[in-house]
Design a protein around this ligand. Sequence first.
Ligand SMILES: [Ca+2]
Ligand SMILES: [Ca+2]
Length: 499
Amino acid sequence: MKRIVCLLLICALLPCLAARAEGEAAPNWYEVFVRSYRDSDGDGLGDLRGLIEKLDYIRDMGWRGLWLMPVMPSPSYHKYDVTDYMDIDPEYGTMEDMRALVAACHERDILLIVDMPVNHTSTLHPWFLAACEALRSGDEGGAYVDYYSFNREGGSGYTPLEDTGWYYEEQFQGGGMPDLNLDNPGVLSEINGIFDFWLNDVGVDGFRLDAVTSYFTGNAAKNVALLHQLKDMAEALKPGSYLVGECWANLGTIAEYYGSGVDSFFLFPAAEAEGFIAASMRARSKPAEKFAKGYQKVLDAIPDGLLAPFLCNHDTARTLGLVQGRENPVAAKFAQGLLGMLNGRVFTYYGDEVGMVGSGDDPNKRLAMPWADGDMTDQPPGVTSVEYPYPAVDAQLEDPDSLLNYVCAVNEARLRFPAIAEGANTFLLAEGNLCLMKRETGEQTCLIAVNFSKKDAEQTDVGRCTIAADLEAGEGAAALDGTTLTLPPCGICVLLPEG
Ligand SMILES: [Ca+2]
Ligand SMILES: [Ca+2]
């Protein structure tokens, strides 16, 4: 009897242990705008319960990490201006729903991080209201006044506080987002309490740190020092928690910010139209060199950091437009394939897997996720363009050649072959249309071959290998004849060397 109980216990524990190791690797991340994702109660607004309904989809697609744009109470639809850092916006649900989401994610080995905008609060945050009240009553030393940066002169980045003669720092002007005074130890102590609440009480696995270059605008050294403190804070509160920062800047600056010890910073040099992925796809000649040069620059600048590559996010134009993929699903797939072959933690913006589009005004970039024809949330306020060039999720799930199933295959390859995400990269070849990369960890070596040509199959000698994953954006399949690999146009293939 005892033995059976023991066995049962071991059986119950084993999946947890195995799952933990897999979850920790989490090479594939998914950014979700809750409001536009899934509505569970029919009010037209996406919510946390709706997101829980879709966790099996997210898991089946191969994502193992989830970044939620802000979920805390806020007067805006996007919620980057917070009024209470320790609650959930009622539009999205309750703290009980949040805890249920954390549990449901962890049951599926999905890590969950929440957006943490601590550069600024809402003008309606009780701290700011108290500070303004104090100033209006002539109490300059009043409670919370030193939580913000007030002056009498105004100047760049300052907004007048009506009827007072005071100005407050507001780097994102017009949004009702006064900057916190991050020099104030009292504010840092509040942040420590907020981190503790989310990491330990709610149980999330880390944070996406919003707008880190605006902590102290124009002072990278101070920003890096503060990020160092925030990383230490998170590590002390919950060892192993994951922090990824939004340092919207050039490669040199991003590399400098890695000095803070924060795990990752979004890799803007890979993203958007001018990033090396879209730029190499557009190149009229030598696309492989262009890609290799762009990527090698990143690897040289950030030799030890955990990269966080992405193509687009809620602030940028969506991928489909970047790569002229509206009428060209091959280009749409190829972009996702190239992204998926990079090192580190790859972030996909929700809806990119079904070819959503959006550019211009922010709400256009945050449209409702199309689950089926007519099955979606309301569109965010202020939308000026609603268009869905590709079929909805349900139709794409049924179509083996869909963009969605291609993204799923890319994610699966990253899960099956950890060397893709974790391995040290060497370019074995980057000539004309062909690129051959080697990825090595202590345990695994794989090769990644890419044909950038839109028209012709290309051949290269890859040594004795087997094809481990064939990610074909277009027609045809990869083929090995001896040591000669033939790749169809826009073909990507993962190979395992023999012996
Ligand atoms: Ca709802
Ligand atoms: Ca600031």
